[in-house]
Design a binder for this molecule. Structure first.
Ligand code: GSH
Length: 229
């Protein structure tokens, strides 16, 4: 049998957008290497084959460079554990929709982290517009935790699509970790949306992922690159 061509994840030494990819590898039980971003090269060669969008994460595999976090998660799952993509075509499309919807919400948080350093007024505004269940019907650009919670409500849990975990669950788990740190909302999301607690327990119990979540390598990484949140 040919030797396994270990992919290399190129990312910063933080959790950030690298972590849902690391979690996908862990849930698939697949080994990979890591390399930290050579920032000068990434920007100097922005738009090239090696740095297609001048951004990280990038996954170097099979002689090519894959970009965009959710595309990389889909690739890893498709290659090693396709059930993480969902089983039917409709389930797969729902997983894709969830990945985009979770990213819409995550990007509101990221904007608050990098533009406002999660200052209390900015954090309160983030909560009011994108997390408070009373505002789900207001203008929010499609990013609202109530919408994600609605999938858990309709699926009956414990995962977003029901009894089977998908990569959308991995991204949501990570996003909830980020939102629930003391510096952000603490345990407010779980208090207001009780289904999230059951969801988090179920994801944290998955083989492979469990080990990644408990690892000291993971614990040593900050969530974001500016020391906030
Ligand atoms: N849509 C991209 C966003 C990637 C992204 O925002 N990468 C950040 C780090 S998390 C980056 O490379 N920032 C440096 C820059 O844009 O110059 C994805 O999902 O991978």
């Amino acid at each position: 049998m040919a030797a396994y061509d270990k992919p290399t994840l190129v990312y910063f030494n933080i959790l950030g957008r690298g972590e849902p990819i690391r979690m996908t590898f862990a849930a698939c039980g697949v080994e990979y290497d890591e390399q930290s971003v050579p920032y000068g090269d990434m920007k100097g060669q922005a738009g090239s084959k090696d740095w297609p969008f001048g951004q990280a994460p990038v996954l170097r595999t099979q002689g090519t460079s894959l970009t965009q976090m959710t595309a990389i998660m889909r690739y890893v799952a498709a290659k090693h554990k396709p059930e993480l993509l969902g089983t039917t075509l409709e389930d797969r499309a729902t997983v894709d929709a969830l990945l985009e919807g979770i990213d819409d919400l995550y990007l509101k948080y990221i904007d608050c982290v990098y533009s406002d350093q999660l200052s209390p007024p900015a954090r309160d505004a983030l909560w009011a517009k994108h997390f408070n269940p009373m505002t789900a019907a207001e203008r929010n650009g499609g990013g609202h935790l109530r919408f994600i919670d609605g999938f858990l409500e309709r699926s009956g849990g414990p995962f977003l699509l029901g009894e089977r975990c998908t990569i959308a669950d991995l991204f949501l788990y990570f996003a909830l970790e980020a939102f629930s740190r003391d510096v952000c909302f603490g345990n407010r999301p779980a208090q207001i949306y009780p289904r999230l607690g059951v969801f988090q327990e179920a994801v944290a119990d998955l083989d492979g992922l469990k080990e990644r979540l408990a690892s000291s390598a993971r614990a040593s990484l900050s969530f974001n690159g500016n020391g906030v949140g």
